[in-house]
Write a protein that binds this ligand. Sequence first.
Ligand code: TYD
Length: 215
Amino acid sequence: MGDNEYKEIPGGLFISFEGIDYCGKSTQVKLLSSKLSHDGYGIVVVREPGGTEISEQIRAVLLDNANIKMAPEAELLLYEASRAQLTRQLIIPGKDAGKVVLCDRYFDSTTAYQGYGRGLDLDSINKMNLLASCGIKPDMTFLFDLPAEAAQARFSSVPLFKDRLEEEKIDFHRRVRNGYLKIAELERERFKVIDAEDDIDNIAEKIFTEVKKRF
Ligand code: TYD
């Protein structure tokens, strides 16, 4: 096959990767992407928030520590804005071209973080997710399940639960994790829950096996 040729999948395949911060999903996106391109599939890899010029500008606003005063509703709408742009500009065209679209986070992140984490109204979030995803949905979603304490231990060598603020932060991630598990429970067909404490190569193998079932 030449450089511009790839094995086309009718309608494409849209896969999202979800989980709390430090769950290890980004590593797995890279591993899957290289396996699939090695096998000759066309791949589009994107991340949320971000992925297009406009969405990356929105990402900078969202993740800027100086924006401490951002209202939860403003945060929600910015995530949705970034998503709408990414969906129209890259995800839908990728699917239409018969490619595999790998998305590091998609609308389940909003339900888990802004809904279960921040406590915004879930019905409103579902409606906004629907609008921002322009009527499409991931065909498969891998949820990397990890206790909040284990995630914290991955990035910090300081003792757990230092002070009230630390405890608040970990409690937020506990709510997000439990939220994800509830979302997965509601859509068992779409979700594959992965034990994120498993070995990297085992996880990669499991994911590859699941994805191959779709071809
Ligand atoms: P990022 O540095 O990309 O983290 P990760 O590698 O874990 O994806 O930051 C994305 C952050 O934004 C992460 O903390 C989750 C959060 N987020 C939301 O709160 N809502 C959303 O809809 C999305 C897409 C992300």
